[in-house]
Design a protein around this ligand. Structure first.
Ligand SMILES: Nc1nc2c(ncn2[C@@H]2O[C@H](COP(=O)(O)OP(=O)(O)OP(=O)(O)O)[C@@H](O)[C@H]2O)c(=O)[nH]1
Ligand SMILES: [Zn+2]
Ligand SMILES: [Zn+2]
Ligand SMILES: [Zn+2]
Length: 305
């Protein structure tokens, strides 16, 4: 394992708990540990009991446990079927994987709550602008608010290197064939990062508008990023993701003059699938709209349980 202080990015992978992992040391000293398939972990997932974890919540005044459970299960069972079909798993197996994930997510959530760390799970399709928004946010806020980052990508440490250039502590998780981050990866990322009390933890999920909706990482909230180049119908086409998110950030608004994108319609679609969703319209390149997003972050990270 490499050291953050040396300027080399730590890379964790999904395979740490599975038997077929192996590591390579790259020329720059980065250690990459690979897993080769979801199938490696199936026997492990099968042996776990189907248990539902107690969902303790970071900010009880914002979203009650009962509501959160209903909300999570109604959308997750449908997405579980989708995910099982996409990956050739049975529904029963998918439920076992999810139950195991939810137990670890609950542990992460209480670990974060004890330290008053606000954890946000940034989800979007590839290239919508998650890392660009993160680097801009870190640059603008890190002197007011300690921030650390867990970066999820199938391969490469490119995003972690972009974050590291801002001076912010970061861990890269490579999921290999995995289409989403899972709670165990966050558990290991937290051990490696050890973020300070009263800080903000940004988790950039793998670019994918489907699977990350299903996996609770123990975060306080999911934040869905949608860029104006993707089309205004995305909240309707991927409703589970927008239902599972408390915030939608519509980004790249500087490109609105060049693309055919109906902002009002997009916002209406997002509210149709999730009436409570908070929406920010920003450009990470011009900085337009970022102050509202920063106010939201400051309010929540200063709130105490
Ligand atoms: N014009 C414009 N371009 C942007 C904006 N935000 C991001 N981009 C560009 O969009 C491209 C993708 O941005 P990233 O931040 O790498 O996207 P990402 O969501 O992190 O991508 P993955 O991690 O691969 O899923 C880059 O070329 C950015 O420069 C924005 O607000 N306006
Ligand atoms: Zn990225
Ligand atoms: Zn998986
Ligand atoms: Zn998937």
């Amino acid at each position: 394992m490499t050291n953050l202080q040396t300027g080399v990015v730590d890379i964790l992978t999904s395979s740490q708990t599975h038997p077929n992992e192996h590591s390579h040391v790259l020329e720059d000293g980065t250690v990459v540990t690979h897993t080769h398939a979801h199938t490696d972990s199936k026997s492990d997932h099968l042996s776990s009991d189907h248990k539902h974890s107690d969902r303790s919540h970071f900010y009880h005044h914002y979203h009650t446990d009962d509501h959160h459970s209903d909300h999570h299960h109604s959308s997750s069972s449908t997405v579980a079927q989708l995910h099982a079909t996409m990956h050739g798993n049975t529904i029963a197996l998918e439920h076992k994987i999810l139950a195991k994930n939810d137990l670890i997510a609950a542990q992460n959530r209480s670990w974060l709550k004890e330290r008053n760390i606000l954890a946000l799970n940034l989800v979007s399709s590839p290239g919508s602008g998650k890392t660009t928004l993160l680097t801009r946010t870190i640059t603008d806020l890190q002197h007011q608010l300690p921030i650390s980052v867990i970066e999820g990508d199938q391969e490469t440490a490119n995003d972690a290197q972009r974050i590291q250039a801002t001076g912010c502590p970061v861990i890269q998780v490579n999921t290999g064939t995995g289409c989403h981050l899972e709670a165990t990866m966050i558990e290991r990322g937290l051990q490696a990062l050890n973020p300070p009390m009263n800080s903000l933890l940004m988790i950039e999920n793998v670019g994918n508008l489907v699977c990350p909706a299903l996996f609770d990482l123990g975060e306080y909230a999911k934040v869905a990023i949608l860029s104006v180049t993707e089309g205004e119908d995305k909240p309707l086409k991927y409703p589970h993701m927008f239902k599972a998110s408390q915030v939608m950030i519509l980004t790249k608004i500087d490109l609105l003059p060049y693309v055919s994108f109906d902002v009002d319609r997009c916002l209406a679609y997002a509210r149709q699938v999730n009436p409570a969703i908070a929406i920010f319209q920003v450009s990470s390149t011009t900085g337009d709209g970022l102050e509202d997003w920063y106010s939201w972050l400051r309010n929540f990270s200063m709130a105490k349980c």
